[in-house]
Structures are given as C-alpha cells and as structure tokens.
Design a protein around this ligand. Structure first.
Ligand code: CP
Ligand code: NVA
Length: 302
C-alpha cells in the first residue's frame, strides 16, 4: 500500500496543487449552489478528533463529507480512549484501519505529526497550537474569488504571531507574496519559521506602517484556545494592533480584510468592520466548506 498523503501544514502541497485546489473549491461551491454536486466521496468515512472547541471546522467537514456522498464521525477527546491515555500510536493504527481519512484538532502539533506517522490513511490538521492550514485554504479561496491571484500582493497580519499567522507565513512562501507581521515584542511568530520565509515575511512593530499599501489585512483573537488565562495581559499589550477603519484607510484602496472567527468585537477588530456590508469575513467562513471538500478529494485520490 502506498504511504498516505497528509495535510499537516501548507508545505505539504506544491504551489500548483494549492492553486488547483482553490480552483476546484470554487467549482465545488458553484456546483453546490446549482444543486449539481457530484458524489465524489461516495461511501468514504471521515473521523474527526477534537480536543479543542470548534464551530466552523466541525460543521464544514461534516457537511462537506455529506455533500460529496460520504459521512463523518465526531470523536471528542474526552469521550475516546485517547482522553484516558491510550497512546496516539495505537489510536492512529486502530482508527485509520476503520475509516478513509482523519481530521484532528488538538493542542500539540507534534501529536498530529505522531498520529499521521502511524496512520494508514490521510490525516488533516484541523488546527494545532502551531498551525491552522485549512483556514488559510479558505482565506486564499476568498482572496482569489474577490481579487484574483494573491501572488505579488502585500498582506499585513495584525496582532498575535499565532497558529493562523504561521500558516499565512507558509502561504506567503508557497504563493509568492509578501507578509508583514505587525506584532508587539513578545508576540512574534516562530523565529525559525520566519527565517525560513526569507523575503516573504518580516516583522514590523508599527501597525500603521505595516498596513500601508497592503492589499489584505488579517487578524485573529489575541488569546487563542489554551491561553484564556492571559486574556487581560494580551488585551493591554495588543490593543494598538486592532483592525479598525483608520488602519484600513492606510491600506491599499482595494484592500480586503479577514478574520478566521470566532471574533471579539471591540478587541482585535471593531464591530464596525465586522458588520460592514462589504466585509468578506462571512464568505471566508463559508469557504471552509468548499476548500476542505477540495482538500479531501485531493488527499483521497492520491
Ligand atoms: N476558524 C475556525 O477554525 O473556527 P472554529 O474554531 O469554529 O472551527
Ligand atoms: N488562533 C485561534 C484560532 C481559532 C480558530 C485559536 O487557536 O484559538
């Protein structure tokens, strides 16, 4: 049997595969709306393991599988033997012997790598403390739909140099655009990853300078899942990095802005921008569904 193809970070796909996946996601979205979707994953079963909360990831994977003729199992960390200490290696062997594809959302990225290395079927990273690659597939799809190819553009990340930021950094390397990370000291993205990005990513402490001329502004919560106890400290330090109308005005006149959600209105983004009629944030959320259907098709046909 061939080794399964996993999607643990954006670096697991070639740039041409990312572009093809986006094109397929756009096609699947049109087919879904027209009621002409094919049952390309007929009979396939997806196991979804969650040890962190989720709305979008769970609903989009489960609905996506159903739309393509397959089915999905929701496995909460606490209710499986994984939560009682069964080794990841043993769980991976057993679960992957019964399903066609696995999606995992958990804390440690190393745990997902470990699971994948013992899985006989493809494993998808549905968010770890270090990366959130599925989110960036949907974000890229949204940019391509509204503005076309992102290559050569300037993207500005605002706030915490977190898991979503790391996946945007990988996207910059893969699709050849510039990512300016506007964050305060102490909230930098991983320095090794930054070094690996070369000219594609850099840190700029001043948010207004970072946003200048940007084609896309992106932000996320200041305290990610697992960092709730740091909320007050983070709110104070990250306040100057809020995505608001003034910052948007310093960006390119065609600039879009994104947020992976869930959002905290009045913290990392203003209510005004969240609720603006021309925001692409809701389109971005919906695209999780279509981008991940295209991803599952790609991994299952490999
Ligand atoms: N953006 C995102 O992954 O949302 P959920 O946490 O609701 O899955
Ligand atoms: N950075 C956030 C993203 C949530 C989708 C977190 O990890 O909680």
């Amino acid at each position: 049997m061939n080794a399964p193809r996993h999607f643990l970070t954006l670096m697991d796909l070639a740039p041409n595969e990312i572009r093809a996946l986006i094109a397929r996601a756009i096609e699947l979205k049109a087919q879904h709306r027209a009621g002409t979707a094919s049952r390309s994953l007929e009979g396939k079963v997806l196991a979804m393991i969650f040890t962190k909360a989720s709305t979008r990831t769970r609903v989009s994977f489960e609905a996506g599988m159903a739309q393509l003729g397959g089915s999905a199992l929701f496995l909460s960390g606490q209710d499986t033997q994984l939560g009682r200490g069964e080794p990841i290696e043993d769980s991976a062997r057993v679960i992957s012997s019964m399903v066609d594809i696995v999606m995992i959302r958990t804390f440690s990225h190393a745990d997902v790598v470990d699971f994948a290395s013992h899985s006989s079927v493809p494993v998808i990273n549905g968010l770890t403390d270090t990366y959130h690659p599925c989110q960036i597939l949907a974000d890229l799809q949204t940019y391509f739909e509204v503005r076309g190819d992102i290559s050569g553009r300037k993207v500005c990340w605002l706030g915490d140099g977190n898991n979503v930021c790391h996946s945007w950094m990988n996207a910059a390397r893969q699709l050849d655009f510039e990512l300016i990370v506007a964050c305060p000291e102490g909230y930098d993205p991983d320095p090794a990853l930054l070094a690996a990005c070369g000219q594609h990513a850099r840190i700029e402490r001043d948010p207004a300078t970072a946003a200048e001329g940007a084609h896309l502004l992106v932000t996320d919560v200041w305290a990610s899942m697992g960092q709730e106890s740091e909320q007050a400290v983070r709110e104070a330090v990250l306040a100057p990095y809020q995505l608001n109308q003034a910052l948007l005005e310093s960006a390119h006149s065609d600039a879009l802005y994104m947020h992976c959600l869930p959002a905290h209105r009045g913290e990392e983004i203003t209510a005004e921008l969240m609720d603006a009629s021309d925001s692409v944030i809701w389109q971005e959320a919906e695209n999780r569904l279509h981008a991940q259907k295209a991803l599952m098709e790609l991994l299952l046909k490999a």
